[in-house]
Write a protein that binds this ligand. Structure first.
Ligand code: THG
Length: 372
């Protein structure tokens, strides 16, 4: 069964929208109240192009919350669990945002553009509202806006050659999440080493939404010698790589420590941030759940469209948040949130739409970059 999407101004289109349609996009999903390409008709071919080659993705849905003004550094520090004063201009950080109870609200990439200007490159939840509320409550002198910025990802092992052929060899030495503001063919962009895959790559943040077609075509032409093709963030690859999908792998009350984001949450630094004391208490009293991997037995399952109950000894002990058939491992794999009272050696059963299946636990990630 397939359905059409009714278009309207509530669901924003990307500056690359017309190009993705021209290149044959076959499905969209929604994210941050925008349309995001989901595949171009050959999800398996698109997956292998990411593993072996290079693909270009319209990820304009990774919208930016910009924090600027006299109190921008103070404000940003209150939102993120990293020491903002220690981040250099031009450097980015994965920065999970929590509420005062420690519940995860979003897991953006933070970009420090200047001492008084920051971008939170957002996952799928509204952090403009949260940030404005925090700023209002504390009387901070900041502006929280959305700049005209739209990321285009170039991902896969050949992304280095493609991106270097456009911008120069300096891109090869960018540190992870580091970025550089530049202009290419008159188009203002930020070039960053990042992307939502473990196959390596870059994101070109377009800074002028009227130039979407120009940037898309420039990347497409530069990628021709490397057989670039249009693609999308792939669920199979991100599950194999263990990357978190906010909203898919989370529950309304999950915290960053349960979700395995502890190494991106600095609870021992001097600066305070919203959620720090709650997360310290959770760390000290014991983390209740874990985000972990499962191998699910049996025939190929369909990709999960909702959370499936996970049982041990007949009792529900968690949920499987996403399940896919791994194309590299040729078996069903899943990410689950499990109660920490259950040992990782437990025999699980998962209630799938195809019936109850046996499952065993395994640490994330399932795969390292490249072919297995
Ligand atoms: N790019 C940009 N913005 C984004 C995303 C992105 N916003 C939403 C979403 N993706 C943010 N979530 C993630 C999650 C994981 C990673 C990046 C963004 C990631 N993690 C690596 C890992 O976990 O192995 C490395 C993290 C590190 O070592 O610091 O890449 O993709 N612009």
């Amino acid at each position: 069964m397939t359905f059409d999407i009714s278009y309207n101004a509530r669901i924003r289109k990307s500056p690359f929208f017309d190009c993705t349609v021209a290149d044959g996009v076959k499905a969209f999903t929604t994210y941050n109240q925008m349309l995001m390409p989901a595949h171009y008709g050959d999800p398996e071919g698109e997956y292998w192009r990411l593993i072996d080659g290079v693909s270009m993705w319209d990820v304009s849905v990774e919208r930016q919350a910009q924090i600027s003004g006299p109190d921008a550094a103070r404000m940003t520090q209150l939102l993120v669990p990293r020491d903002v004063s220690k981040i250099r201009i031009g450097q980015g950080r994965y920065a999970p945002i929590s509420d005062a109870q420690g519940r995860l609200l979003n897991d953006p990439v933070l970009l420090k553009l200047d001492h008084d200007r920051y971008w939170l490159s957002l996952a799928d939840s509204n952090i403009w509202l949260w940030a404005r509320g925090v700023a209002y409550g504390l009387g901070l002198d900041v502006e929280i806006t959305e700049p005209d910025v739209s990321p285009l990802a170039i991902q896969g092992p050949k992304s280095f050659d493609v991106t270097a052929s456009i911008f120069g060899d300096w891109v090869r030495s960018l540190a992870y999440f580091a970025f550089h503001e530049t202009v290419i063919a008159g188009i203002p962009v930020v070039v960053a080493r990042s992307g939502w895959s473990h196959q390596g790559g870059f994101e070109i943040y377009l800074k002028d939404g009227t130039r979407g077609k120009d940037l898309w075509n420039l990347v497409k032409e530069a990628g021709q010698p490397f057989d670039i093709g249009p693609g999308t963030p792939t669920t199979v690859e991100r599950v194999e790589s263990g990357l978190l999908s906010y909203g898919t792998d989370t529950r309304p009350d999950t915290n960053g420590l349960e979700l395995g984001l502890g190494k991106f949450i600095n609870l021992d630094m001097e600066p305070d941030f919203v959620g720090k004391s709650a997360l310290r208490r959770i760390r000290d009293e014991g983390i209740a759940r874990r985000r972990t991997g499962l191998f699910i037995d049996g025939e190929r399952l369909p990709t999960a469209e909702e959370h499936w109950p996970v049982l041990a000894d007949g009792e529900q002990v968690g949920v499987c948040t996403i399940a896919v058939f791994s194309l590299r491992l040729q078996r069903n794999i899943a990410i689950a949130i499990i109660e920490n009272t259950v040992p990782d050696s437990a025999s699980y059963s998962v209630e799938t739409p195809d019936g109850t299946r046996e499952a065993t636990e395994t640490p994330l990630p399932f795969c390292t970059p490249g072919r297995v």
